[in-house]
Design a protein around this ligand. Sequence first.
Ligand code: HEM
Length: 426
Amino acid sequence: VTPKCPVDWFDHHSAEHAADPGAAAAQMLQGPPVKWSDRYGGFWIVSRYADVVRVARDDASFSSRQDFPDEGVSFTGVTIPGGSARTIPISLDPPAFFAFRRLLNPVMSPQESRKLAPMIAAYADWCIDRVIESGSADLVADIASPVPAITTLRLLGLPLDAWKIYADAFHNSAASRPGSPELAQADADAARGMDLVMDMVRRRRAEPKDDLISKLARALVDGRPLTDDEIRSVCYLVLGGGVDTTTALIAHSLQYLDEHRDLRPGLLADPGKLHAFGEEMLRVHTPTQALARTATIDVEVGGQLIRAGDRVMLFWAAANRDPEEFDDPETVRIERHTNRHASFGFGIHRCVGSTLARTEFAEVLSRILTRMPDYELVGTVVRYDSVGTINGLHRLPARFTPRTRSGPGGPPPADLTSLEEGKAAS
Ligand code: HEM
C-alpha cells in the first residue's frame, strides 16, 4: 500500500484558498498524484487530468449517491462536505440516474439551447438598458447574475421577475463557508424559493404549458409519476447549476477583458474566437472547481489504494492545469489547438447545461462588448468567501461611456413584459 501523502496546507473552503485558487490547483499537481486531506471527515484528492477523467467515467467504482446508507458505506453525494439537499440527477447512480437524466436531455440539448440565443440577447439588452444611461454598473449584480437567472427561470417556467430571489440565494449558498451563518441564511432563502417552485408545480399539473416544470409534472419514471420531492430535487439542481456557474464564467471573462482590452474588438468581430476565448476562460477559471465521489469498492488510482467508502475529490481545476494535457497551462491562449478542459466534467454526469452556458456566455459578452465597448473596472472586485466548489465573484464595479437605451432592436419577447412590470413594481 502506498503511504498517504497528506496535504495540510489545502482547505478548499478557506480564505487562503479563495485568495488564489489557481496556485493551489497547480501545487496539487506536484508530487504524488493522489493526496489525502484529513478535513471534512477525510478525503482523497485526484488532480491529474488522466486520473480525473478515469474516475469520473468509472461511475460503478465511484458513486455520486447521496443519503443512501448501504452495507456500511455512507453516501454523501458530490460535494465535500456533503450537501444538505439531495439533488437529482447529479446525486443518483445508474440505473435510477438514467431515468431522470433522460427527462433533461431533450429540453437542454445543444439544438434547443442554441435556439434560445436571440432571447438571451434580449435579456442581456434588458439588463444593459437599466444601467446604460448612468455610465456605471456592477457587471455581476446588473448583468452577469440576472441573465443566467432569468434564462433558467424561463426554462423552468417560473415568473421572470422573481429572478433575484433565486440569484441571491444560490450565489450566497455557493459563496459561503460550510457551517457559516451566511450559508444557513442562503439555504433558508433557497428553500423559500423552492416553495414558490412547488406552487408552480401544482399549477402546471392542473394547467400544463411548454416548460420544464410542466414536463416534469407530467413525466413518468419507471411507469410512475415523479414524487413532489423528486421534482423539487430536479428543479433545485437546474436552478443551482443554471444560476451560479455561468455567472462565474461571465464575471471572470469580463475581469480578464478589463486587463486585456486590446482583445475586445477581435472577439466581437469573430464568433469563433469568442467561443475559443470562452473555452479558455472555462479552463483557467474553472467555475465548478471540484466535485466528489464515494468509492464503492477497493480501487487503485495513480498508484494509491482507495478503500470502499472513502471520499474522493475530483479536482477539475487542477486537471485543467495539467501540463500532460495542456501546453503551457498557466498561460491564457485563445488559439489553443485542442482544449478538452475538465470544466463540464466527464462521463454520465457531464454537464447537461454546457451548450446553454456557452450560448449565454456568447450572447452576454457580445452585447456588453457592443454596447459598453470601453467599460473599465473601478473599485474593489469582491470574490466569494469560499471558492472551494464554485469560483465566483460577487461584485465587479465598472464605468463606461453613457449611451442611450436601445432595446433588442425588434419586438421584445412577450415575457420581457413581466420583467418591465416587475421593475415598475420595485
Ligand atoms: C459555466 C457553466 C457551467 C459549469 C462550469 C458547469 C459544470 C458542471 C459540472 C462539472 C457537472 C458535472 C457534475 C459531476 O460530474 O458530478 C455539471 C452537471 C450538471 N449541470 Fe452544469 N455547469 C454549468 C452550467 C450549467 C447550466 C447552465 C445548467 C442548467 C441550466 C447546468 C445544469 C447541470 C445539471 C442538471 C447537471 C447534472 C447532470 C447529471 O448529473 O447528469 N449546468 N455541471
